[in-house]
Design a protein around this ligand. Structure first.
Ligand SMILES: C[S@@+](CC[C@H](N)C(=O)[O-])C[C@H]1O[C@@H](n2cnc3c(N)ncnc32)[C@H](O)[C@@H]1O
Length: 208
């Protein structure tokens, strides 16, 4: 049961009101971003270098492989999101989502540092495995983003056929680039025999 109180609504209206003033919103965005970069660096995940590495790849070519011109995006998907003006449909979000995940998840457990993200994924897979009796044959990772959850699924269910699905071709492009796979997930290296096949707005991974 969720108990609604008036004060959080008031507070969020106040914050939204302040953030509707563009210069203040930009200032807050920059501060929040710098905080994330500093946190990432402090846990040994070099934000700027990793993002520069991803941007140095020919992601545009990969984008062509995974783009699906038939898709009509829902309205919510076309709005700015997580302080990215282009939302999830841009390179900024696509190349920063990995380091951002490490930075954010480093605080779930005290002193987890860069192990916070892999630990989070290990913890929910452990619960998942307790709930299912037989190993799954097919897994659909809906909202797979750049594949961190997809690779973690592959590690946990190595014999399953795993499909990653996402609305953002920009997110799928880094994993469509085979050369990026060994480093796509900093702490979660996929099995060496993993194959990735780009499909329309989805990536199909399979261990042979
Ligand atoms: C929080 S992220 C998921 C992260 C990822 N599963 C992981 O654990 O690292 C949510 C993802 O859902 C995707 N998404 C949002 N709406 C979607 C939709 N209607 N269909 C498919 N993917 C969607 C976004 O593009 C984004 O990559």
């Amino acid at each position: 049961m969720t108990v609604a109180t008036k004060s959080p609504r008031l507070a969020s209206r106040l914050i939204n009101g302040i953030l509707s003033i563009k210069p203040l919103a930009n200032f807050a965005k920059q501060r929040a971003r710098q905080m994330m970069i500093d946190r990432s660096d402090s846990i040994g995940v070099p934000w700027l270098e990793r993002v520069a590495e991803l941007r140095s790849k020919d992601l545009e070519a990969d984008l062509e492989q995974v783009k699906n011109a038939q898709i009509t995006y829902p309205d919510y998907y076309l709005r700015p999101f997580h302080a990215y003006d282009a939302g999830n449909l841009g390179w900024e979000a696509a190349t920063e989502v990995e380091v951002a995940a490490y930075a954010v998840h480093s605080r779930i457990w005290q002193d987890a540092g860069a192990d916070g993200d892999p630990k989070l994924r290990r913890s929910y897979h452990e619960i998942l495995k307790q709930q299912i009796q037989t190993a799954p044959l097919d897994i659909l990772d809906v909202g797979c983003s750049i594949g961190m959850s997809t690779f973690a699924l592959q590690t946990n269910f190595p014999t399953a056929k795993i499909t990653g699905l996402d609305l953002s071709p920009n997110f799928l492009s880094p994993i469509a680039n085979l050369s990026l796979i060994p480093t796509t997930s900093l702490g979660c290296t996929p099995p060496p025999n993993l194959q990735v096949y780009p499909m329309l707005h989805s990536i199909w991974c399979r261990c042979f």
